[in-house]
Design a protein around this ligand. Sequence first.
Ligand code: FAD
Ligand code: FO1
Length: 454
Amino acid sequence: MTVHPSRLFQLNHQQERTAPVIYWMSRDQRVKDNWALLHAQERAVALGVPLAVAFTLVPTFLGATIRHYGFMLGGMALVAAELARLNIPLIMLRGNPVEEMCRFVAERPVGLLVTDFDPLRIKRGWREQVAARLPVACVEVDAHNIVPCRVASVKQEFGAHTIRPKIRRLLADFLDDFPPMKVHTFPWPEPVPPFDLGRELAGVTVDRTVGEVSGFLPGELAGREKLDAFLDERLAGYDERRNNPCVDGQSGLSPWLHFGQLSAQRVALEVGRELLFSPSVEAFLDELIIRRELSDNFCQYNDSYDKASGFPAWGVKNVAEHRHDRREYLYDAAAFDRGETHDPLWNAAQRQMVTGGTMHGYLRMYWAKKILEWSRSVEEAMAIAIDLNDRYQLDGRDPNGYAGIAWCMGGVHDRAWGERPVFGKVRYMNYNGCKRKFDVAEYIRRYLPLRPGM
Ligand code: FAD
Ligand code: FO1
């Protein structure tokens, strides 16, 4: 058994049968380093049956735009080509994923359906409905976390400091290298139309007003090249440079990690191979493993991960106590979207995101906290931040985003700080704090086009 049995979670009580195996790929959109695909192939070989990968293409997934579908489907084209080399077809299903998957399985003999783990509410719903309706064994495999989310903890953790020892204790059991996929010797019995990127992009109903961004080559290979460049050139200085939005100090891996085109486990394995432990390696792995897997824990065990009601008790109380504090500035969703506040730093960060599809991690905190400060209510602030984040960030619609926004606005995974207007005990950030950290004027110059006549 190459796949650690604790990565598996039975979604129903149906028994495996000797018939073709399907891997319903969704979160982990890659062929290499994919425990769900490895498990599907292992079972198909043991049963002596064909194997196929199915992908349900959903229009406007959580508000995603052509910016996201361009990157995702560009990556899926490469997944299709890599699978073809292994004699495994990629079958594209379009429309309502539950209906399409149930129809697909009902039309042909299927001995086992493998899915990948995802704590988002919408995805849990897909898996639960399909597993309940199908008379076929359905198994979920956590291919996204190094320590499977369900194993790291069975409850919502207070913060990094509580989940860190639990993950660290288990890392040795799970941070093992991946075996390669094999060419599949049982051919799929039906003809499958080849993947056609142009047709998929033209056919998907999606908002096309948020343009695709340059500088992000989709797919496993590009993700691996991005990783190698980071390891060679920037990991060594990560600890000092990662909080400076004026230098390229972060890894920039989040789009490939979000779409599962790159495995976080692969990143951790390669970091471990490259450098002896240093403050930079320690800091990077803490973000990559502890912070990222804490976000999955938050979304898995807190169904209000995208609402103010999901804040810790003190955060909820905080909202009530400061609901009527006077806001010095007030903006609505449209003004935030246009980046038209009184604060040039905030506007510059908004523009970096709108035009470039990403925002430096340090400024994401400042950006969200100011939306809290300048919105009518916390509930409205949460909705605006999530909407803008998921509309423009290439890595949006991710547990990291919901946890990040809830950290900024409601103290999720954080502690209480000194009381102040509007924020209450939630950690405060301001312009002067940023000026002490980095060259704010330089950042503004970079992202705010000079107004004519300025
Ligand atoms: P690096 O610093 O190079 O870190 C490497 C990886 O570690 C990241 O790709 C990510 O997977 C993980 N990581 C780093 N910082 C965090 C963190 N604070 N929480 C969880 N995981 C982390 N991340 C997203 O993937 N999608 C989002 O939509 C998103 N929205 C955010 C919104 C707010 C308000 C905040 C405060 C944070 C958000 N983050 C989000 C988390 C973090 O800012 C990004 O993951 C990070 O900036 C991505 O850049 P990088 O890959 O260069 O990060
Ligand atoms: N997953 C799917 O199974 N089908 C889709 O059509 C799909 C679209 C999509 C668009 C943008 C985006 O950010 C994610 C998308 N995902 C899709 C889901 C994604 O793979 C992840 O499962 C979650 O977003 C992260 O948990």
